[in-house]
Design a protein around this ligand. Sequence first.
Ligand code: FES
Length: 936
Amino acid sequence: MNKPLRSELERRIDGAAMSMAFRVNGVNREIRADPLMRLSELLRGPLGLTGTKVGCDAGDCGACTVLLDGNQACACLTSAAQAEGRAVTTVEGLAQGGELHVLQRAFLQHGAAQCGACTPGMLMAAAELLRRKPNPSEPDVLAALSGVLCRCTGYRKIVEAVLAAANANIESVAANAGAAVGSRIAKLDGRPKITGDEIYAADRFPPHALWLRAIRSPHARARFRIGELGELRANHPGLHEVLTADDVPQNNFGIFAQVKDQPVLAAGHVRFRGEAVLALVGEYADVMSIAESEVPIEWFPETPVFELDDALLSATPLHVFAPDNVLIRGRVNKGDVEHALRDAHCVAQGSFTTSAVEHAYIEPEAGYAERIEDGSGNDRMRIFACTQTPYMDRDEIARVLQLDPAQVHVVPSAVGGGFGGKLDIAIQPLLAVAAWICKRPVRGVFTRPESMASTTKRHAARMQGRIGCDADGVLIAADFFGDFDTGAYASWGTTVANRVPIHASGPYSIANVRALSRAVYTNGPIAGAFRGFGVPQSTFVHESLLDDLATGIGMDRLELRWLNAIRAGEQTATGQTLTASCGLSQCLERLRKPWREAQANAAAFNAREHATHGSGRGYRRGVGIACMWYGIGNTVIANPSTIRVALRSDGRILLYNGAVDIGQGSSTVLAQICADAIGLPVRLFDQIVGDTDLTADAGKTSASRQTFVSGNAARFAGEDLRARLLALLTAPDSAQLALENGALIARTQDAESRALLSALHADEKNEIAMGEGYFDPPTTPLDANGQGSPYATYGFAAQFAEVDVDLELGTVKVLRIHAAHDVGRAINPTQVEGQIHGGIAQGLGMALMEEYHSGRTDNLHDYLIPTVGDVPPIVCYLIEDPEPLGPYGAKGVGEPALIPTAPAILNAIRHAAGVRITHLPATPDRIRAAILSASE
Ligand code: FES
């Protein structure tokens, strides 16, 4: 049905084309093509080698790195003519004779590929290094990989893998029946990511699909009028449709039923720069040849509001239903904060701000939509796209098209990173409307600037906090107020405003808490879900203030946190009594020894620097710590997952897994859980993932919920299937199941039952038995004071950072991060470490370099994310305080990994340089300004 990109690019074989010869992956190829065509296009198009990924088309991300005559080259910056006559090696050329390259095996076993979007580029960069230098040092590896960005892994597993490959130190891990949970098996979906076979959203589409290109607003706030389109159509016969707001059946969508505030195509009025106003649909070359000046749009710019106070005071709100521009308010109130703060021995207080942060997943939004006939004469819509939430997409697309949800079929592609950014529909409704109207498949790929301008960000925030303690350091009151800039549309602003107050006093037992929040509309970029839903911002406040308190009462910073760490039997800010799996104090205990050593090391280093350079010069080393907690799953609202699993007559186990794996490893972890619940080896598993026609709804991949919620559903599904198989064999519960030589076997100590699979009745899908599991975590609604049990369980962590600050330049080098995380149970320790590493890398970016400014940083050279050289060694300590409700005790770790990193680094900067930075990111100019200000 779906063929890789070929026909449209072959169209470029025109008068300007010339015949060119290449040696591609060891095979001589001759092709006529435009000599100025990008090599990446040539590879992915006429040559059908979609293993080479395109993340930016600007040479910034390195995902398209290939080897040209053995040397690294960005295929997006290399023309076909430059490659002519040369040897081109792509990821598809690494494996030889069906044998994986040593690097590929190492990447697989070390968990070096998460989403896999950067992996082909990383592998090629590493292959060049090993060819040049078979025994590289770690600095050699860092240098070799420095041109390729990874947003998922934090790079450390990649560096490990390259060094392991050089030493041929690769041991594959297998898990026997009943031993999958806790084992470090390689990702079950890992192989296609390291061979280039994985199909991402831009890699597949039906032949003759039309191309969609959105025309977007250059203004943050404006009225506009679309003129007569006849001339445009006449000048471009390959332009099939020009879609406007009038063509969208229901032109508003949004995450929450009560706030459908975002149009698919703006209707006469735009609220942020980058908003789509019109869609050109037609033949690729024709659509792409249209200059924006040819599109008759008359703009009437208005004064935008970007500042929170301007928005709150504006007489012209963005939306009529929010006259004060406040989307929602959040509130938690327990005890008497003012009274307690008056009585406190010591009070720390401060104001803090954070910037908007871009997800910067390496795969931009892409996909195709097609209107299909269901065999009964009814039309349906099929969407193939990258998403974190296929069922929500299905329902929202159905709403936009005014169809029944059953008429929409969402088929998720492999997802090249999400981090919350692919929880909102972005390209999907445009494609769906176009395909429905054109009755032709329609595809599209966002450019990197388009992706960055039009999709959601982490909320910029403005926050104030006060925390008080008694003379012994016991926290007695916490007060928080935060405004979160939700931009032009609501997206997940409601979740952020609700989640923040619950978490804003930190993972501590505090009798008096008041935490208030607002999500405020502005004409800034839409802010939505991004790894933590506002908790990373509020954690910056309480962890900065905890350091102030420790200084104020002369107490060690770790010990103050340990003293106050919430423990089982104690109450949260919402009055919820935690009964188990509260591992924060254990996390801190694991950090105590390295924390003391790091402080001693810093003191010795600083004494040497001072002696050498004097005060105010040279480097200073600092150590900073921060803690976090995070409610796993949705806040209060229902949060169910359903998973199914079947034994097939060929002896394979098919997991119907509705939980989309965006690189974090759920496809592996859920299979491990399910395998042990059945009692059969995980190597027997196949999976269907996220297809809304074939899998049950396992909810969205967000809120760190898949291991805990869908993991439980997978466990129950496995237990259900096991019970059915034992019943088939009339075997007792205690029996050990096995599949041997085409037979299903149940063994006890003194008996064995067996049946040939071929003799067991199977349905039309060759399935002998099906198990189903369902789990919805128990929560209770919050009352008007935010009191109740919003989550069934919480993750806990403490991290500390060691940094060097250049006092004269204000630059920061993070030397090492120690990360202790209570994950309940590590279902797959390699995957857990990978999440911790990746979260820390994103937290480091948030701390030191990442700030999104619409129109100024819509690319990956002006918007900086950490490179392989920025992420230091990370020491992980996995604390397993089992969660009784969790599958084999497990909780989630995806978001907890990021949350404490930025405050830990900021506290380390303060320890090093003696200045408290109150704005994220702490860029060198801000640090230098603070140092100068402190010395005046
Ligand atoms: Fe590197 Fe996802 S694994 S970007």
